[in-house]
Design a protein around this ligand. Sequence first.
Ligand SMILES: [Zn+2]
Length: 187
Amino acid sequence: MIKYSYMLNTPAPFAWNFCPICGGSLESRDDGESLRPHCGRCSRFYYLNPVPAACCVVNDGNGKVVFVQRAVEPAKGLWTLPGGFVEVGETTDEAALRELEEETDIRGRQPRLFGASTQPSALSGAVVVLGYRVDEWEGNMTARSDAMDVGLFGHVERPPLAFEAHRELLALYDALDGLVQADESTG
Ligand SMILES: [Zn+2]
């Protein structure tokens, strides 16, 4: 049986009780690999997968990055990287740039995937957040949608981030950015 380290601190099991197709009760059943929710009426197994999300590290070219302050729960009043859930019909790149524009009015170009973070989620069981680096952007930064404030922060000025996935991705971004700068200074 596979154990995932990121699930160890999940506060409560995320469980489905009813079949979303026919409304029948789901029962735990072995599909030959693992115990999974099963609908006897539909003869259908359900697989609990993490929900994909995307976020952006937008930088000003001088070491500052864009944070947004959340106007809604969860984590209302706390700061995050601009981002959100991927919707059916768009790519993960498009989701990252759409969420960026919705929250900050910034239009980004050529997002570059630099990492992923998988975390438990009370809302959906687990999320996979893809981190995109955005170096090229335009527009006047304005808080919109579910953001109450937006700003550029240097490394020492940064407020704490609300979500573990964003903390992990920003640390990765910083590490990669350090490598890029070190590479440029020696090259
Ligand atoms: Zn069913």
